[in-house]
Every structure is written in structure tokens, then in C-alpha cells.
Design a protein. Sequence first.
Length: 95
Amino acid sequence: MKISTREVEYVAHLARLEITEGEKEKFTSQLNDILLYIDKLNELETQGVEPMSHAIGVTNAFREDKVIDSIGTEQSLINAPDARGEFFRVPKVID
């Protein structure tokens, strides 16, 4: 066992968590499994392996920025149910 129930109780106390006896046993088992897996990973030979931020190569999927004309005020207000000048007229929401 890499971690004891007493250590789980201590961490729960520090985090101000109230856990039941069943939860203590469950968390002890789960944390022990995690720590044992980390030990297994630490056995791997990683000398000369470059650090990675992603498991696969990531490329930029965005399109190139191009400057284009906007649709303009008149065109944007064509389907407005109630336009006033160059603005959309909406119901009052603040008294």
C-alpha cells in the first residue's frame, strides 16, 4: 500500500471534507491504484525523449485572415422589424 487510510483522513481534514468510513476505504484504494500506476510509469526509460504538450501533432486549423468589406448599415437593417435611423429599435428593458 502506497497510502494509508490515516493519510486519506488527514487530507480530507485539510480539505475540510467529511467522508464516511466507506468513502475512506474507497478513496484509499483509488489513490493507491493511482500511485502504483505512477510507479509503473516511472520505470520507463525516458532518456532522450522530448517533452510533448499533445499526444499527436497539432496544427493551426484556422483560415488565413483577409480584409473584406462589411455588409454596411443599410444592408444589416433591411430585415429589422423596427429600425430607427442607423440603429435597431428594441423594447425598453431597464426602468
